[in-house]
Design a protein around this ligand. Structure first.
Ligand code: NAD
Length: 318
C-alpha cells in the first residue's frame, strides 16, 4: 500500500518520498498529458507500468523510456494505485470496469481525466462496489504543467483516498485541493473552465474594442492588469501578441490549451447546468462561440486565438 500523508499541502514531501519510492503505479492513457505525468512518477522512483490502447502513444512512451504493460489490466495488476488519463467519461467507465476487478483490494484508483460529473459518480460507485478507494482528480496546467510537474489537482473522494493519493499529486503537481466527496473535483474543473472560457472571450472583446478606439493595447494591459478588470486571461495569458508575459499569442496561437478542449469543457459545464437547472447564460454563449471557432477550422488553435476568430469573422474573412 501507498503510505498516507495527512499533512495539508505536500509538506514533508522529501521525507516521505523515500518511503514510497518502490510503490507500484499503473498508468493508463499515455497521451499528451498522461505520458509526462507517468514519466514524472517514474523519475521519482515509483515503479510505473503504463499502457495506452493507441499504438503510436504506446511507442512514444516506449521511446521515452517509460516501463510498459501489455494491456490495461496488466498495468493495473498488483498496483498500489492506478492513474487513468483518458479522453471522456464513457471511456473512463469502460476502463474502470475492465481494471477494477483485477486491482488489489483497498488499492487506489485516481481518475485524472476531465469527464462529466455523472460519469465521475459512476466510476466512484464501481470502485466502491469493488472495494477500491477512488478519487476524481482532474487537472489544470496543461501539457506544460504535466511536463514540469506543476499541475493543480481538483480532487473529489473520501479523506482516506485523498490522503493515500497525496504523495502522487506531490510528484505530478504543485497543488492538490480536496474539494469534497466523489464528483466534486470534476465539478470544480468545469466551473473553473467555464469561467475561464467566459473571461477569455471578455478579454478578447476588450482588446478588440480598445484597438477600434485608438487606445494602444499595451496601455490597456497596463491599466486592466492592475485594475478591477484584471484576471488570469489578461494578466498571465493575454491574447494579444507582445503584450504581457509570454503566452500562445506570441507563438502564432500554437496550442497550449486548444479551442477543441475548451469546447469540450464548456460542453461538460452546459451538460451539468442542464442536469441541475443552473442559470449559466454566458457559459452557454461561450460554448456557442467556441463551437463556431472549432467549426471554422480553428480547433487546434489555442483558445486565446478567439481574438483572431472574432475579428476575422466580423471582417468576413471566415
Ligand atoms: P490525449 O488524447 O492526448 O490522450 C488520451 C489517451 O488515452 C490517448 O493516447 C488514447 O489512445 C488513450 N486511450 C483512449 N482510450 C483508451 C483505452 N480504452 N485504454 C487505454 N488508453 C486509451 O488527451 P490528453 O490531452 O492527454 O488529455 C487527457 C485528459 O486530460 C482529457 O480528459 C482532457 O480533457 C484532460 N486535459 C487535457 C489538457 C491538455 O492541455 N491536453 C489539460 C487539462 C485536462
Amino acid at each position: 500500500m501507498l503510505p498516507t500523508s495527512t499533512e495539508d499541502q505536500f509538506p514533508g514531501q522529501n521525507a516521505t518520498q523515500k518511503e514510497h519510492q518502490m510503490a507500484s503505479i499503473g498508468f493508463i492513457g499515455l497521451g499528451n498529458m498522461g505520458l509526462p505525468m507517468a514519466s514524472n512518477l517514474q523519475k521519482a522512483e515509483y515503479k510505473v507500468s503504463g499502457y495506452d490502447v493507441f499504438d503510436t502513444a504506446q511507442q512514444a512512451a516506449r521511446s521515452s523510456g517509460l516501463a510498459l504493460a501489455n494491456s490495461n489490466t496488466d498495468a493495473a495488476l498488483n498496483a498500489d494505485a492506478v492513474v487513468i488519463m483518458l479522453p471522456n467519461g464513457a471511456i473512463a467507465i469502460q476502463v474502470a470496469k475492465e481494471i477494477l476487478p483485477k486491482m488489489t483490494p483497498s488499492s487506489l484508483l485516481i481518475d485524472c481525466s476531465t469527464i462529466d460529473v455523472a460519469s465521475a459518480h459512476e466510476v466512484h460507485r464501481l470502485a466502491t462496489v469493488a472495494g477500491i478507494l477512488c478519487l476524481d482528480a482532474p487537472v489544470s496546467g496543461g501539457v506544460g504543467g504535466a511536463t514540469a510537474g506543476s499541475l493543480t489537482f481538483m480532487v473529489g473522494g473520501t479523506n482516506e483516498a485523498f490522503a493515500t493519493g497525496e504523495p502522487l499529486f506531490a510528484v505530478m503537481g504543485q497543488k492538490a485541493v480536496h474539494c469534497g466527496d466523489g464528483g466534486t473535483g470534476q465539478a470544480a474543473k468545469i466551473c473553473n473552465n467555464m469561467l475561464l472560457g467566459i473571461s477569455m472571450i471578455g478579454t478578447c472583446e476588450a482588446f478588440a474594442l480598445a484597438e477600434k478606439l485608438g487606445l494602444s493595447q499595451s496601455a490597456l494591459f497596463d491599466v486592466v492588469s492592475t485594475s478591477s478588470g484584471s484576471c488570469w486571461s489578461v494578466n498571465t495569458y493575454c491574447p494579444v501578441p507582445g503584450i504581457g508575459p509570454k503566452s500562445p499569442a506570441d507563438n502564432a496561437y500554437k496550442s497550449g490549451f486548444s479551442a477543441t478542449l475548451m469546447l469540450k469543457d464548456l460542453g461538460l459545464a452546459q451538460q451539468s447546468a442542464n442536469d441541475t437547472d443552473a442559470v449559466t447564460p454566458l457559459g452557454s454563449h461561450a460554448k456557442n462561440l467556441y463551437q463556431q471557432m472549432v467549426d471554422a477550422g480553428f480547433g487546434e488553435t489555442d483558445f486565446s486565438g478567439m481574438i483572431e476568430f472574432l475579428t476575422d469573422a466580423k471582417d468576413g474573412k471566415i
